[in-house]
Design a protein around this ligand. Structure first.
Ligand code: MUC
Ligand code: MG
Length: 367
């Protein structure tokens, strides 16, 4: 089987309400649908979400790098030749979500060719994950109302609270209000998207010491190298690297340098092939992982749950799999459903999902 074509289709679907966090906000899912075609008639599909404030990619840059740089280098290779595919993709630095979408579309093809779910090919550990919901910036009372609605509607009891605002006491107040409203049974952790200094982070952590937080993620920039190490050494809870550890080498650097003690794995940026390397690296080093969310649509979420459920260490904690709930619509013919706080891996070969052609026609931006 040979790769005969790669399509990159920009599309835009508005959110019902914006998601706001310390490094930016998202109002519309302006993503890129990636389709890899083969000479045997099998097509693999994935989506790339541009996050300019995290990776420097835009919707236009993703389309351009796939069309002009990646596609010409990959045509003629077999989807089984993943090492060669990555050798060629890695000639270009950066562009993580564009590379990841190509990788995941290739795995979709492999699953379809084998007649097996990708999740089973990756590891087949379980068929579902508990879901963690991300609560964005708003006044404390609105954040509480949002978390309660999500708990009551979907049965979700794990929440990642966005922090990193100034004064930091606003976020301390929001986390305290969430703990009071949700009770001791809810799992809460925080993500600062580099919004605080190391000193502000330390003060905030101290003032939230009684809230039973599970993790703290990217509270201050990893580029503040000594400040970050100082903070992580003092953190009473594991400190997750997300945007500072976007590939295996960065994971090594952050962990061995003492700038993180846990890792967020995002299939949106490391696909399946490199996510597996990062996961195994973390297992070998004895470091916990959380399946993160790149503010994915349903296709991206199907990829995250396929990967997260496939491995014991990534299925252990709730995965961030619910950002799509805030979108007004999606491309999938069969929507993903979160029930009892759980998302199941879609059944069927490959990723087990199908893009609805009418929806794609409605939301695509290139025609
Ligand atoms: C997260 O975990 O940080 C927001 C920015 C980004 O890169 O991902 C999201 C969620
Ligand atoms: Mg994060």
């Amino acid at each position: 089987m040979k790769i005969t074509g790669i399509e990159s289709i920009p599309f835009a679907i508005p959110y019902r309400k914006p998601l706001k966090f310390a490094s930016g906000e998202v109002r519309t899912a302006e993503h890129v649908l990636v389709r890899v075609h083969t000479d045997e008639g099998l097509t693999g599909t994935a989506e790339a979400p541009p996050r300019p404030y995290t990776y420097g990619e835009t919707q236009e840059s993703i389309v351009a790098v796939i069309d002009r740089v990646f596609a010409p280098q990959l045509l003629g290779l077999s989807p089984l030749e993943r090492e060669r595919v990555h050798e060629r993709l890695d000639r270009t630095v950066g562009n993580p979500t564009a590379k990841a979408a190509v990788d995941m579309a290739l795995w979709d093809i492999l699953g379809r060719a084998a007649g097996r779910p990708v999740s089973a090919l990756l590891g087949g550990y379980t068929d579902r994950m508990r879901v963690s919901h991300m609560v964005g910036f708003a006044p404390a009372a609105r954040m509480v109302a949002e978390a309660e609605r999500i708990r009551d509607t979907y049965g979700i009891t794990t929440f990642k609270v966005k922090v990193g605002r100034l004064p930091y006491t606003d976020d301390v107040e929001a986390c305290r209000a969430l703990r009071q409203a949700l009770g001791p049974g809810a799992e809460l952790y925080i993500d600062g998207n580099r919004g605080w200094s190391a000193a502000e982070s330390a003060r905030a952590l101290r003032e939230m010491d009684d809230l039973g937080l599970t993790f703290a993620e990217e509270l201050c920039p990893a580029d503040d190298v000594l400040g970050r190490r100082w903070l992580v050494a003092r953190s009473p809870i594991p400190f997750i690297a997300d945007e500072s550890a976007t590939r295996a080498a960065e994971v090594t650097r952050e962990l061995l340098g003492g700038s993180a003690t846990a890792i967020s794995v995002k299939t949106a940026r490391t696909g399946f092939t490199a996510s597996q390397r990062v996961l195994h690296q973390c297992e070998g080093l004895g470091v916990e992982v959380v399946m993160g969310n790149q503010i994915d649509g349903q296709l991206g979420t199907a990829c995250s749950v396929a990967f997260g459920a496939a491995h014991r260490s990534s299925a252990r904690r709730a995965g961030e799999l619910s950002n799509f709930l805030d979108m007004t619509d999606d491309l999938l013919a069969e929507p993903l459903r979160i029930e009892n706080g759980t998302l199941r891996v879609p059944e069927g070969p490959g990723l087990g999902v199908r893009v609805d052609p009418e929806k794609l026609a409605r939301y695509r931006q290139d025609r």
